[in-house]
Design a protein around this ligand. Structure first.
Ligand SMILES: [Zn+2]
Ligand SMILES: [Zn+2]
Ligand SMILES: [Zn+2]
Ligand SMILES: [Zn+2]
Ligand SMILES: [Zn+2]
Ligand SMILES: [Zn+2]
Length: 245
């Protein structure tokens, strides 16, 4: 007859076995979820923030509707170009004129919105939700879109001053070397790297506001008080008029 100790250890090993099988089936499910995500036709990885291409401002590229491309793959493809070629070639759209953010994404969206607001909201968490650049898990596709659009510390922002793309995290050091200064007084006027550029009104102390008729030197706000002496009039000067009563 089996002792109670034996039956307990038998149960225990059964529990361990069941737990193992549960974990395996969960992993399988995870993998199949990932394999449900179609591959991007440019980078061949599961598509991250899938977007469609707009052949014109009111016509979608049919190939991209069937084969969505990663948001950042399209941005890379467009970067610095006037034209891109439809990934399906002449049979589809052929040459596509690059028109900034209108070249891709939901037609008629607000320029401040993410590229595919309706599609990404509908996808929920059925897609890539982890940012490849900073490893943040955003939970769902739309949130990842917002993250990449305006929050990721690794996103690139165009410096309005030098037009170079700067990683958001490096803006501060970029501004230390890239700024506008007044050529008269050398004062730093503004940092223009970010989209929200702070333009200070500059009242220049060294700007010429006139020439002194007495000493012939230029007058600025900075030196205006030194011209006080130039206004001194002699006691016997012709400038005095004696009033007779
Ligand atoms: Zn891609
Ligand atoms: Zn096309
Ligand atoms: Zn990120
Ligand atoms: Zn710059
Ligand atoms: Zn100045
Ligand atoms: Zn003077």
């Amino acid at each position: 007859m089996e002792s109670s100790n034996d039956s307990i250890s038998a149960l225990e090993s059964k529990v361990i076995e069941l737990e193992k099988r549960l974990e395996q089936s969960l992993n399988l499910k995870k993998e199949s979820n990932n394999s449900n995500i179609p591959n991007c036709p440019i980078c061949y990885s599961p598509v991250e923030l899938p977007i469609t291409i707009n052949a014109t401002n009111d016509k979608k590229c049919p190939f991209s509707q069937k084969n969505p491309i990663c948001f950042l793959c399209v941005r890379k493809l467009m970067n610095g170009k006037n034209h891109i070629t439809c990934l399906a070639g002449k049979g589809c759209c052929g040459k596509i004129v690059v028109r900034g953010w209108r070249t891709y994404g939901e037609i008629g969206r607000n320029s401040h919105d993410v590229a595919e607001p309706s599609m990404w909201k509908a996808l929920g968490n059925n897609g890539v939700t982890i940012c490849k650049r900073c490893n943040t898990d955003c939970g769902d596709v739309y949130e990842l879109g917002q993250h990449v659009h305006s929050q990721c510390p690794q996103r690139k922002i165009k410096c309005k001053r030098c037009n170079k793309l700067v990683i958001a995290n490096n803006i501060h050091s970029h501004n230390n070397n890239c700024f506008t200064r007044c050529k008269l007084c050398f004062e730093k006027i503004c940092d223009q790297t970010t989209n929200v550029s702070v333009i200070n009104k500059h009242y220049c102390k060294k700007l010429k506001i006139g020439t002194c008729n007495v000493c012939n030197n230029i007058i600025t706000i900075e030196n205006i008080n030194t011209h006080r002496d130039c206004t001194k009039i002699d006691k016997n000067s012709q400038e005095y008029v004696f009033i007779k009563i």
